[in-house]
Design a protein around this ligand. Sequence first.
Ligand SMILES: Nc1nc2c(ncn2[C@@H]2O[C@H](COP(=O)(O)OP(=O)(O)OP(=O)(O)O)[C@@H](O)[C@H]2O)c(=O)[nH]1
Ligand SMILES: [Mg+2]
Length: 439
Amino acid sequence: MTIFALSSPPGKGGVAVFRVSGPAALNSYHVLTKRKKPLPPRKATYCRMMHPIDGGVIDRGLAVYFQAPASFTGEDVVEYYTHGGTAGVAAMLSALAACEGLRPAEAGEFTKRAVLNGKLDLTEAEAVGDMINAETEIQHQLAAAQYEGSLKQLYDGWTARLVQMLAYQEAEIEFPDEDMPDGIAEDLRPQIAELLADMRAHLDDARKGERLREGLQIVILGPPNAGKSSLLNALAARDVAIVSEMAGTTRDVIEAHLNLGGYAVTVTDTAGLRGETTDAIEKEGMARARQRAAAADLKVFLFDAAEGFDGGFFQEIDDGTLLVANKTDTAKDAKIPDGAIPLSVKTGDGLTFFLKRLTDELSQRWALPKDHAPLLTRQRHRDTLEESATALEQSLAAELPELAAEDLRLALRALGRLTGRVDVEALLDVIFRDFCIGK
Ligand SMILES: Nc1nc2c(ncn2[C@@H]2O[C@H](COP(=O)(O)OP(=O)(O)OP(=O)(O)O)[C@@H](O)[C@H]2O)c(=O)[nH]1
Ligand SMILES: [Mg+2]
């Protein structure tokens, strides 16, 4: 079936782009334009589009033909460019629906077809979604690297190594009397161990890619009334949280999603922490604050410069916590503890410096790898790789060659699910063919 969709965002815009993919794509051009001449591939052709039912003119625009397999989906694709008005877009969609063999695409269906036709592997398809959803520079860089095939290349390389190992292992089992070098399966162990180490190193990344993709958690903590909610509002440049001179104003956790220096972050304001309270709601608020603190990627501890704070009292503070002495406008002579950043949210003094420290901290702790080593970006990657690695471990521990082979097979299948590309049996056939002498 041929599918079509508006590929540009809905609403008013300079240009609207419609994508049609499938065997009837080219025919839609002849139907909409009433032209008989073939549409040349890879050239923009200026044309008038008319509704197939009443012949009414919809618009004048461009049609471009991408001949299979040289298209995004690997199928015949025709794209139309028209003016981006609401009614015009609706008319164009209705015209396409009236073309024989065409139906509206489901969400993600073009990318799905690209995967099924081998144009993209699963990690690249995921990257298409990430490219569309990226809101910050770092998210975009991560998505772009993945779309360029960084993960695909890594996993394809591992797959090739595994297929080779499995072929040797199976050959040893199937053709024990064949003229093969002795102990070939024995020699596999270092190779398996090496692949396992590579996988473990890739997995042992403190979830960097996942966190950068999903957004880092910055949690603002501190005693009541220190100005935590005021700071969140200043960072978000809007009134997200209620600010008042009453200690204990904030009870729940309040979040704002921001772009800080190219990083997607969620900044969380929390209830003020103090020792004793009989107020059940405040107690719950503090419990939630501590929970968030424990899961934070970066903690900002804010205190009143005039009051200082007792470091021993707050277990939430660790070496990586940014200490901020707020309200310096009212505490001109206060001694600010070493390493604390002076700030007045009220006057804005020190805000630029604080922001710089914050973004420096992010880019130091969460820099993309300099060697462009690919980062896994999803729990799905982690789960399947863990499965693959565990199977490799089992293979190393297996006593019988048959069991070792079965574990290698499991490891290979898991990798196959990761990229969505490996047909294990087919790959093995290929290897077996030029491998097993005379059989
Ligand atoms: N003078 C001065 N007052 C400030 C400053 N920052 C915040 N305040 C005031 O301090 C009071 C408390 O501010 P909030 O932002 O509500 O403090 P909080 O830490 O969120 O307090 P809780 O939610 O109760 O824990 C408000 O009256 C603010 O206007 C500052 O830099 N200087
Ligand atoms: Mg507050």
